[in-house]
Design a binder for this molecule. Sequence first.
Ligand code: CA
Length: 229
Amino acid sequence: MTRILLVEDDAAIRRALRRSLEDQGDAVAVAPDGMTGLRLVLSEQPDVVLLDLGLPDVDGLRMLGMLRGVSDVPVIVVTAQDDDRTVVKALDAGADDYVVKPFGTEQVQARIRAVLRRASRPTGGEGPVVVAGLSIDPRSRSASLDGERLELSRKEFDLLFLLASRSGEVVTKRELLAEVWQQPYGGAERTVDVHLSWLRRKLGETAAQPRYLHSVRGVGVRLADPGDE
Ligand code: CA
């Protein structure tokens, strides 16, 4: 049984979603606004939160920030339209995935299963990955370059860790969307581009003058030891 918290102000959507999730045996708590949602995150300790970004009392992205301040629970944000910028901001603010309204309940259920699979994936036993001056430790979720600690967002860290784990290999944007953003059927490749550009800035390099991160036009990206290039 999965304990789901649904934060949604639209009563019709709330009812329909609750019914279909309960039909498959999940326990569903509902909140009609952000403040109730935050309170329930703490009191109900849900396994996953479905968070509508258009709430009456608090901006959805601020809500996500407050939620992340108190909990690491996986969060799937629900956006009204396919607004790439909002989606990228939400993912960077700590959302694990997103769905765009209108959506089918089967899609939501698949996203929930995917984030839960990912959340339960064991990370113990994985040692740090080192490529030249770059060191990434999945256990402490810390990374450094030439001994200097890198301040990375969750997605930037996941992206860097995946690329470094497969250093020397070209990883496609589709694979990155599947692994880092749990979008196995593809999605906004621009999301990957945006995060790669942020990552490059933090590594002190550019797409035109790469050291570690090499774009392979039309294919993807390869993380390489600068000494091998
Ligand atoms: Ca709404």
